[in-house]
Structures are given as C-alpha cells and as structure tokens.
Design a binder for this molecule. Structure first.
Ligand code: ZN
Length: 291
C-alpha cells in the first residue's frame, strides 16, 4: 500500500512573512493546478494536510482541493513546530487549526501531520492533545534521528496504534531504510528529491507500506530567507552561513523532482490516508506507544 500525502502551507507562510509577490502566488497556484490535474488523470486520491490559517487566508485553495475529492487533513494552525510549543500552546493551536479547517470545508477533520514531523519522545504528549481534539489518524512520526529531531525510539515504520488514555490514534509513520547502519527515509521531501529515482522506486516496490510526502516547495523553487526572516519564522538564532546551507538543501534536486514524481504516479498505485484506513487490519497492528 502506497499512501500519497501533501503538506499545504506555503501560501500562508510566505504571505505572513510579507514575501508573497503576485508572481510567486501565481507560481504556487499553477503548481497546485498541475498537481490536481495529474491526480485526476491517474484517478488518484490523496490526503492534503493543510495549515489551519490557509482556510482563513486562502479558503479557495482548501476548498478547491476538497472539491476535487481529496481528503483534507490538519497541518497545525500556523506551521510552528510542535516541539517549540508548550502543552497549552499546542492545545490551542490544534483546536484553532481544526476549527478553521472544519468551518471552511463543512466536514470533520480527523487526520493530522505535525510541521516538520516535530513530534518526538520529549513531546509525545502531543498525541493526547490530538486525540482530545478528535484526531483519529496521524502521520507525524519520523521513526529515526533526523536533523529536525525525529522519533527514533518509536521503533515501528509500519501502521501502528498509539494508545492515549481511553482513545486510540492510528499512526502512519514514514517508511525507513538502512544505509551504512543509518536509517533514512526515501519516499518524500528532500530524500526523494536527492536520491536517484530508481533507488526510491526499488525500495518502495520491496515494501508493502510506504507513505509519500511532498510540499509544494518540493516542486517550486524557494527563495532564500534573510537571517531576520529565518529567525522570526523558525524561532531560533542562526548564522548567515546556515541560511545559505538551508537554502541550498531546500532547493536540491528540484529541477527533476516533478518529472520523478510524475513517473512514480505512473508506476505505483496510491491511496489517501482515509482510504488506507479501511484497508488495514488494525487488529494485528502493533501498539507503539501507551500514554
Ligand atoms: Zn509543512
């Protein structure tokens, strides 16, 4: 089973930084249309995790995705990483995000992904907050060490259960492979852009569970943050050099990423999280965490 997901935040994030020119807006709108068209042509439904404020500032984008038959999931309210929030802030952010999205699409939102997979051992309490807010499915676990944190002690990289008091969340972690003893992802984001296409495809064909994850910024060239913009957005101090390194990394492999993505759609079958849910035998799924 291959699950296809997208995280949708760029319109809001760039606008809130005062950096969304009309040509950049057009570029993002066109990329989304291109994406929705190709998904239609392949008859693929995906899950789009949208930032809650997208539903306030750009409701037409969220509605358009919904109207094309895709699942709308939640990607936090303002794209602040969960491990940079207190428990109270996280609760407020989640409640507000779900409320914004539900008001926009007129339907319950039950799937969630944290920005930058920012749930780890230190803030696993976030799952309790998600469950309290009606979330039933989550795909926030990157079950290895990553530059952004990750959740190595989670262990499983197959659909697993998270037990939170009386509630259960169905977790769809990112699939991993081992390279020289180090676990890495291969089915989305920078890993997919950077790794050779044949290699990602071979790994995906070998497994019967994969979660592919993309941002619009995997396909649209991103401009460089100034140091001040970086510090205000990521809420941490940085050096000029790090902003250059981040810029280089976020744009690595973008020239060919759309072509690779198009090829992938032609070779594998994909489903949304909502459709995957009913195809999985949850009675034999491992319980990865008990909170
Ligand atoms: Zn994101």
């Amino acid at each position: 089973m291959n699950i296809l997901t997208f995280d949708i935040e760029e319109w809001y994030v760039w606008e809130s930084l005062g950096l969304f020119s009309s040509s950049e807006r057009k570029e993002h709108d066109q990329m989304l249309d291109r994406l929705l068209n190709i998904l239609d042509s392949k008859n693929v439904k995906a899950t789009f995790f949208c930032v809650g404020m997208m539903a306030v500032r750009f409701p037409e984008i969220v509605k358009k995705i919904k109207e094309r038959g895709h699942e709308i999931g939640c990607h936090s309210n303002v794209h602040t990483w969960l491990n940079k929030m207190t428990r109270q802030e996280c609760f407020e952010d989640t409640r507000q995000a779900i409320d914004n999205l539900q008001q926009c699409i007129g339907e319950k939102v039950v799937s969630y992904r944290a920005p930058a997979f920012s749930v780890g051992e230190q803030n696993s309490w976030a799952f309790e907050i998600l469950a309290e807010n009606g979330i039933e499915r989550d795909s926030s676990v990157f079950p290895a060490l990553s530059e952004l944190g990750g959740f190595p002690s989670f262990g499983a990289d197959i659909p697993s259960l998270i037990s939170c008091g009386g509630r259960t969340i169905k977790e769809y972690p990112i699939a991993m492979t081992s390279v020289a003893g180090k676990k890495i992802a291969f089915s989305g984001g920078g890993y997919f852009r950077f790794l050779p296409y044949w290699y990602s495809l071979k790994l995906m064909k070998k497994r019967n569970y994969n979660t592919c994850y993309f941002h619009m910024s995997d396909f649209v060239k991103e401009r460089r943050f100034t140091r001040q913009e970086y510090e205000s957005y990521f809420k941490e101090k940085t050096s000029l050099l790090s902003t250059y390194i981040r810029f280089a990394k976020t744009n690595l492999g973008k020239r060919s990423s759309w072509k690779k993505f198009e090829k992938l759609l032609g070779e594998l079958e994909f489903v949304s999280l909502a459709d995957a849910d009913s195809q999985i035998d949850w009675s034999s799924a491992p319980t990865a965490i008990k909170l």
